[in-house]
Design a binder for this molecule. Structure first.
Ligand code: PGA
Length: 267
């Protein structure tokens, strides 16, 4: 499957998890903006701080190219759902992207494929760009069922979704659980195998044209400045979802500049 020309716009997503309070998130954004001063590249940065930091983060990002993302959302817009946050409430804070089905939520908080599917529909119907996380654990990899796991997660999350388009994209993040926060990223060849599985699964669910226009695939799991270009390429992954490495503003900015060199060296 070939992507349409000139649509390689790598997405670098910073997932700050529950690591920073509001003051630290804003301080990080200010440092990051300084580091990235005068950047005019094609790479699209997205920063996903905690819910409580979204409003201040949104202000701190005003006038920058970087977009705001959330780490989760609820599938309904309003109601008696103690502790949950709706798509509209996220948009009110300036959120444009949302991470859905991160393995930490699936494993620690009991998020199921069914819940993930509902959240996907909620995101796209409210014009939030979803970043759907899929990936196997170490035991599933050892048993050799990793491709089936990823395929099942994708089919379940996407089955009822209206076809995405170039302006309303769906991002898939392949995040092998054993690679998250461990300092042991997937071997680039292993990651490439799964990228191909994801692409095939998407083509089975939608038309080739829809997949080429409407989907982009990211890699996540111990991404660093040293290894990011092992994954992101015009004919490889379309970006990354980075946790630990993204917490250091200078490193996050350097990763964005590194990916942007793909444009200056390839054309
Ligand atoms: P990591 O986290 O980069 O620290 O491995 C990635 C993620 O969980 O999204």
């Amino acid at each position: 499957m070939s992507k349409p020309k000139n649509t390689f716009t790598p997405l670098i997503v910073a997932n700050w998890k529950m690591q920073l309070n509001t003051a630290a998130s804003v301080a990080n954004i200010k440092k990051f903006r300084k580091e990235l001063r005068n950047f005019r590249g094609r790479v699209q940065p997205v920063i996903c701080p905690s819910f409580t930091a979204l409003a201040d983060a949104s202000k701190a990002l005003k006038g920058s190219k970087t977009k705001l993302g959330a780490q989760n959302l609820f599938w309904d817009e309003k109601g008696a759902y103690t502790g949950e946050v709706s798509p509209g409430q996220l948009q009110e804070q300036g959120v444009e992207y949302v991470i859905i089905g991160h393995s930490e939520r699936r494993q620690l908080l009991g998020e199921t494929d069914v819940m993930v599917a509902r959240k996907m529909i909620a995101a796209v119907t409210h014009d939030l760009m979803p970043i759907l996380c899929v990936g196997e654990n170490a035991e599933e990899r050892a048993r050799g069922v990793h491709e089936n796991v990823v395929r099942r997660q994708l089919e379940s999350a996407l089955r009822s979704l209206p076809p995405p388009s170039q302006s309303k994209r769906v991002y898939i993040a392949y995040e092998p659980i054993w690679a998250i926060g461990t300092g042991e990223p997937a071997d680039p060849a292993q990651a490439e195998d799964i990228r191909a599985v994801i692409e095939r699964t998407l083509v089975d669910l939608y038309s080739e044209a829809t997949v080429a226009q409407g989907f982009r695939i990211l890699y996540g799991g111990s991404v660093t400045l040293d290894n990011i270009l092992d994954y992101v390429r015009p004919n490889g992954y379309d970006g990354v979802l980075a946790g630990n490495a993204s917490l250091e503003p200078a490193v996050l900015a350097a990763m964005i500049r590194a990916v942007n060199t793909l444009f200056t060296t390839s054309s």
